[in-house]
Design a protein. Structure first.
Lengths: 237, 120
């Protein structure tokens, strides 16, 4: 596949840091585009939030209004899925949602790459969610959390227990591969269309589809995380 | 009738591998790995898209019938339909990832290239 032109690689080259195509050491991995663009997104989100929260008013206007709308929208939706006990998990879900949304949209801009187009980023997000599921289960139920894996009747346990373990492991796979496949497939189609018919603006319809699927995939990731948290918080059947 | 044609094509392609191996060289049949990987990648997406298309069609049919029956709930029904469509689509995305692994990142391909003498 062709080597893509990324603005941050050009910037690093101007600063004298060479970005290797095949990373070998830890410093090489830190210079890969999916890591450096994650930093760009972190900077962007922190700056936006700081700007919006600079002078908080009782009657919000402007940036504060927009952020309040989005944040309360997500929070109310989350409480409707997980119940009132899940309210303290809201910052994790919302941060993941904003990060995935921004990184999905960053890849549509020419010259930028999505961090979520790399399996490492999506696997990290999925591992965080599934690990927090088990932490929540132990926190809310203690040792009795094992009852979630037992099944409805005691004599079905030898059958149900491995199935539940495998289903929990497959959650990691499904969360990460769903996000990775959507975003990387989008980027692949865009680059192939650009290679085939770039002068005739062929990638533009795919970019519009990419905006739609970026939003949907971020929403689906957050929704599934909320449902996993709700399943860990509630009592077993 | 269509199934017969499909299996005939598969049989012919499979037997062509035996033709390559007939001249007694293991290396020429080792190259078949790459053509079979490309075939498998194409079939993966094609077959996955069939099931995904049918499933999403059934989901949209349910949503449209619900909206036609009760236009007031069209907002909720649409949101639920989109969630369902994304879940069904993810099965097709799993097949896409398998196809990408076959084409770009199959772990055996570098050792087969080294065995046959191609550059990595």
């Amino acid at each position: 596949m062709e080597h893509p032109i990324l603005f941050i690689n050009l910037l690093l080259e101007k600063l004298g840091i060479h970005v290797p195509a095949q990373p070998h050491s830890l410093a090489d991995f830190l210079l890969q585009p999916h890591v450096t663009y994650t930093w760009v997104i972190m900077l962007l989100l922190v700056c936006l939030s700081a700007l919006a929260a600079r002078s908080l008013k009782m009657v919000p206007e402007g940036g504060q209004n927009f952020f309040e709308l989005v944040v309360t929208g997500i929070e109310d939706f989350m409480i409707s899925v997980t119940g009132e006990e899940g309210r303290f998990m809201f910052p994790l879900i919302a941060s993941l949602g904003f990060f995935i949304l921004c990184s999905n949209y960053l890849g549509v801009i020419p010259g930028f790459a999505s961090p979520t187009a790399n399996i490492n980023t999506t696997a990290a997000c999925a591992l965080i969610v599934v690990f927090m599921t088990h932490v929540l289960g132990v926190k809310f139920h203690g040792v009795k959390y094992i009852k979630h894996f037992m099944g409805p009747v005691w004599w079905l346990t030898p059958l149900i227990f491995p199935i539940e373990i495998v289903s929990h492991l497959s959650r990691i796979l499904s969360l990460s591969i769903r996000l990775f496949g959507n975003i990387f497939g989008e980027e692949l189609v865009l680059s192939i269309l650009f290679f085939l018919a770039g002068l005739y603006l062929a990638p533009v319809p795919m970019m519009m589809l990419g905006l739609f699927t970026g939003l949907v995939q971020a929403f689906i990731f957050c929704l599934l995380s909320m449902m996993y948290f709700a399943g860990a918080i509630e009592h077993a059947h | 009738m269509k199934k017969v044609g499909f299996f005939t094509i598969l049989l012919v392609l499979g037997l062509s591998c035996a033709a390559f191996a007939a001249d007694g060289d293991v290396k020429s049949s080792a190259i078949g790995f790459f053509s079979y990987a490309a075939l498998a990648a194409g079939l993966a997406i094609g077959i996955a898209a069939q099931g995904c298309g049918i499933g999403q069609g059934i989901a949209v049919r349910g949503a449209v019938e619900g909206i036609a029956r009760n236009p007031e709930t069209s907002g909720k029904v649409t949101v639920t339909m989109l969630i369902g469509l994304a879940m069904i689509e993810s099965l097709s995305i799993y097949a896409l990832v398998v196809a990408l692994i076959l084409i770009y990142a199959h772990p055996i391909s570098s050792s087969i290239s080294a065995f046959v003498g191609l550059p990595k």
